[in-house]
Ligand binder design. Structure first.
Ligand SMILES: Nc1ncnc2c1ncn2[C@@H]1O[C@H](COP(=O)(O)OP(=O)(O)O)[C@@H](O)[C@H]1O
Ligand SMILES: [Mg+2]
Length: 235
């Protein structure tokens, strides 16, 4: 579904990503782990064309994404949940969810209602807060809202930038479970995280990013037992 081939990217004169290659097929849960500053955010921004690669190629659903605007990619199913959530603070929880569903053209009102109800069942706290402005939610609630909104956009591929940031472990587990369900339903999930061990315990495939390069990759379960990964991250 997503293929990144030998991609390099710079911000201004500074090279941030060097020759990164990775793949996320339909139904695969892929995690990219790396320390702060490794280039995780830059990688996701490059995949969703918020940043144009200086070389290499990104394909989505078999098509080269070069020159396609991020919002158009989102409409065709490449959905990016950026670091720091990005819900609409002034809109209510329910209106934020409606906004997500509006990404799908021709969806009947009843279907939208049903889809929103499914998200309320997944994260009951969102139902309890339905009428409250998104900006007044706690960090964890905003993260759940961001994920539910992304689900309502019916993604084929879902990119998530450190959804665990600042959240309690039980909440992180709830969010990872939602992502696992998305993958099991056929979505290609790419999760970038600093929380390596938790991500490795739930993902199918994993890549380790260090200073803008992939230094290790393989089945997530194998990386979980890899001494150098454990040494770098289990501290
Ligand atoms: N707007 C920017 N201008 C200059 N350097 C940046 C900018 N954004 C990120 N960087 C640098 O790029 C590197 C990778 O950043 P980032 O992709 O945000 O890493 P991560 O998400 O893994 O923490 C870091 O060294 C960071 O300082
Ligand atoms: Mg980041």
């Amino acid at each position: 579904m997503i293929e990144v081939r030998d991609v390099s990217a710079s911000i201004g004169p500074i090279r941030i990503l060097s020759g990164v290659s990775l793949a996320a097929a339909r139904g695969r849960f892929v995690t990219v782990i790396g320390a702060n500053g490794a280039g995780k955010t830059t990688l996701l921004r490059t995949i969703s064309n918020l940043l144009t690669p200086s070389s290499g190629r990104v394909t989505f659903d078999g098509k080269d994404t070069r020159g396609i605007a991020p919002h158009r990619l989102a409409r065709t199913g490449l959905v990016h949940v950026p670091q720091g959530r990005q819900i609409v603070p002034a809109l209510s929880v329910e209106d934020n969810l409606m906004l997500g569903a509006s990404n799908i053209r021709g969806l009947a009102r009843g279907d939208i209602r049903e889809a929103i109800e499914r998200e309320y069942a997944r994260f009951p706290v969102l139902r309890a807060r339905a009428g409250i402005a998104g900006g007044n939610l706690s960090g964890g609630e905003q993260q759940m809202l961001a994920i539910s909104r992304a689900v309502l956009m019916k993604p084929k591929a879902l990119l998530l930038d450190e959804p665990s940031l600042g959240l309690a472990p039980q909440l992180v587990a709830l969010i990872l479970k939602a992502l696992r369900e998305m993958a099991d339903a056929g979505v290609a999930v790419i999760l970038v995280e600093q929380l390596a061990m938790m991500s490795l315990s739930i993902a199918d495939d994993a890549y380790v990013l260090r200073q803008g390069r992939i230094v290790l990759s393989g089945p997530a379960a194998d990386l979980r037992g890899n001494a150098s990964v454990v040494e770098s991250y289990l501290t």
